[in-house]
Ligand binder design. Structure first.
Ligand code: GDP
Length: 448
């Protein structure tokens, strides 16, 4: 059983140089051209409207040029991260919580076109708030679709929340007034009103909504938007916001195929955040809107994002600085060796990480399996060392008896132990050289 030290060596050294490199590489006009094209395509495929894409790509390109690369991260990966951060910002950054009235019932008015999921959302929202300890009441205001009233009553039963109905003969504003009175009598915390939608935006619907809004004086006016709406979302949100004034939006049907580009338009055209998302037909399928998750979905590059984030996380650790000091004083020992291999492990399976390390793309799966196996073997040997031996590899270098013991305790051959010991000294030398190269300002070659 021969360990492929050569390969591991290359891998670990690569990892080290990634860890240590005070990378002088930056994003340039040239190296972002290609990845920017991919990002542009991703946005268009996610149904973000063209003007938004244009503005966005321009703004991000300007901002990206000159940004330094995180150690171990390629230009295109770093760019995706910048783009994603910008998308997150565009969508409001943080989760936007619902606002509650300081006194009296909180009133939430739901608006939106027909079929977007308003009625479903009304009941989902009631359940969602109930779970937060609030008492709720629903008002059935969709007088043009008798089935909608029945549907809300059924859903209300399902989530065990009272539903105020007044049939289809009463005007919505009147229903709103009566419903609100009822809610005040019952002393509920939150009143949610479902309203009628049309297939298209029309004046009658808007006038009716305005009237209802005037009567209710709602705390929240939430526009329900179907995620499949795509590019038309911008116009839709603009009209509703100009006509009735919204405080936020709820994006539904995110469980579908849509990449959700509509989400980007909402904030961009109205300045109002998406507060919640619906991702299924069940009553439980309503959650807060997380801009970062949405950005990942829109870009369709979630893997890259989580890699860059993990890289940032791992690289930022004080360990790295510590390590740097140790290497400069040639004290790199087996503990550091372990720490590093575990840092690699933390970043995900080796196969994924290696694929992402610049210059390591051509490694075959068989080589990776071999490398993973070798790391395990090395770990086994290091674990068989005493703390003193781990800190002072020279003890092992000088004593055949110690090597023999480690070999026996770890079930490996003495030759394997000798190789490992030789390797740590080799690594010290290599790292010292690497540091020298980096201090002289040139970029280290990652491949050997
Ligand atoms: P409204 O006309 O706006 O009141 O829409 P409805 O609440 O009646 O919903 C229309 C259809 O969309 C119904 O079949 C719902 O079950 C479905 N629906 C609503 N929200 C979601 C969602 O988040 N995911 C999925 N897959 N279907 C949904």
């Amino acid at each position: 059983e021969q360990i492929q030290f050569g390969y591991i060596h290359a891998e670990v050294t690569n990892h080290d140089s990634a860890l240590l490199s005070c990378s002088s590489e930056v994003l340039t006009k040239e190296n972002i051209v290609e990845p920017m094209r991919d990002i542009r395509r991703a946005l268009l495929e996610a149904d973000v409207s063209l003007p938004v894409v244009r503005r966005f790509v321009q703004a991000v390109s300007d901002q990206a040029v000159g940004v330094g690369l995180i150690r171990g991260v390629k230009p295109d990966q770093q760019l995706v991260k910048i783009v994603s951060d910008e998308l997150v910002k565009l969508m409001g950054g943080e989760v936007s919580e619902l606002v509650f009235a300081k006194s009296g019932p909180t009133v939430i008015l739901l608006a939106g076109l027909q079929g977007v999921g308003k009625t479903t959302v009304s009941a989902k929202l009631a359940l969602y708030l109930k779970k937060q300890g609030k008492t709720c009441m629903l008002i059935a205001g969709d007088v043009y679709r008798p089935a909608a009233i029945d549907q809300l009553v059924i859903l209300g039963k399902q989530v065990d929340v009272p539903v105020y109905t007044a049939g289809t003969e009463v005007k919505p504003a009147q229903i709103a007034r009566q419903g609100l009175e009822e809610a005040k009598k019952k002393n509920v915390d939150v009143v949610i009103m479902d309203t009628a939608g049309r297939l298209q935006i029309d004046k009658a619907m808007m006038d009716e909504l305005k009237e209802v809004k005037r009567v209710l004086n709602p705390t929240e006016v939430l526009l329900v938007v179907d995620a499949m709406t795509g590019q038309e979302a911008a116009a839709l949100v603009t009209s509703f916001n100009m006509e009735i004034g919204i405080t936020g939006a709820i994006l539904t049907k995110l469980d579908g195929d849509s990449r959700g580009g509509a989400a980007l338009s909402v904030k961009e055209v109205s300045g109002k955040p998406i507060k919640l998302v619906g991702r299924g037909e069940r009553m439980e399928d309503l959650e807060p809107f997380y801009p970062d998750r949405m950005a990942g979905r829109i870009l369709g590059m979630g893997d890259v994002l989580s890699f860059v984030e993990k890289a940032q996380e791992v690289m930022r650790q004080e360990d790295a600085e510590d390590l740097q000091k140790k290497i400069m004083s040639a004290k790199f020992d087996f503990n550091d060796f372990l720490k590093q291999t575990r840092a690699v492990a933390r970043m995900g399976s080796m196969s994924r990480v290696i694929g992402m390390i610049p210059g390591m793309g051509k490694v075959t799966p068989a080589q990776i399996r071999e490398a993973e196996k070798s790391l395990k073997i090395m770990e086994g040997m290091i674990e068989a060392m005493t703390p003193e031996e781990r800190e002072k590899p020279e003890l092992l270098a000088q004593s055949p008896d110690r090597r023999k013991r480690v070999a026996q305790d770890s079930g490996k051959t003495e030759q394997q132990v000798s190789q490992l010991v030789a390797q740590i000294f080799q690594m010290r030398v290599r790292m010292k050289n690497l540091m020298g190269v980096m201090e002289s300002g040139s970029v280290p070659a990652l491949n050997n």
